[in-house]
Ligand binder design. Structure first.
Ligand SMILES: CC(C)(COP(=O)(O)OP(=O)(O)OC[C@H]1O[C@@H](n2cnc3c(N)ncnc32)[C@H](O)[C@@H]1OP(=O)(O)O)[C@@H](O)C(=O)NCCC(=O)NCCS
Length: 167
């Protein structure tokens, strides 16, 4: 059992609602993957990802959550915590939004809510790993007071590790 409280899977901000995945999010998740351009996902595969994500959230107490805008009531991406390249004690924060909504401060708004949710679990530190070209992601993390820690390299290039101590 984890030493930390489970993260809240219902987060609300001024403009956004983050809540657990539904099977009906599968098509939107496919569209988000398609935008990335690193291979397409079938709706069936997206449904499986969602089911696995829900199971892993229940067992690990952390999750990536779909983001909906309150006014438009549309799926615009996801944000949350995952082990990723880090650990369950000091997980990574991650986010991905549709290009059509970039530049509106949504990632920062969602990530701030996730940061608060991470604090509420009792965790003391978060990480984020970012490819060197990803200016928008560095800017989001900068606004949340993450600091650059070190760099590692994989077969696709350099990865910057940023960290944020939690109060
Ligand atoms: C990273 C991402 C989630 C940011 O979403 P967003 O909602 O546009 O982010 P925000 O609007 O909250 O903040 C983006 C900031 O980056 C800045 N920015 C964006 N592109 C930029 C660029 N090319 N050069 C300089 N600044 C840039 C914006 O101006 C804004 O900063 P500001 O508030 O000081 O003006 C989005 O770009 C995305 O989904 N990218 C693809 C997935 C991804 O890379 N995820 C992160 C992996 S580590």
């Amino acid at each position: 059992m984890s030493a930390y409280e489970p993260m809240s899977f219902h987060l609300e901000t001024e403009r956004l609602i983050l809540q657990p995945w539904a099977e009906t999010d599968a098509e939107a998740l496919c569209a988000l993957h398609a935008e990335r351009g690193d291979g397409n996902l079938t709706v069936e595969e997206a449904r499986e990802l969602i089911a696995n994500g829900l199971a892993s959230a229940a067992s690990s107490g952390i999750a990536l959550l779909p983001i909906r805008r309150r006014v438009e009531n549309d799926f615009i991406g996801y944000c949350g915590l995952l082990v990723g390249r880090a650990t369950i004690e000091e997980p990574e924060i991650a986010y991905e939004l549709f290009q059509r909504v970039h530049g509106n401060g949504y990632a920062t708004e969602a990530a701030r809510a996730v940061l608060d949710a991470a604090i509420a679990t009792g965790r003391r530190r978060l990480w984020s790993t970012v490819r060197t070209w990803n200016t928008a992601s560095f800017r989001v993390l900068d606004k949340l007071d993450f600091e650059r820690d070190h760099t590692t390299t994989d077969d696709r290039g350099d990865i910057v590790w940023l960290t944020r101590a939690l109060p």
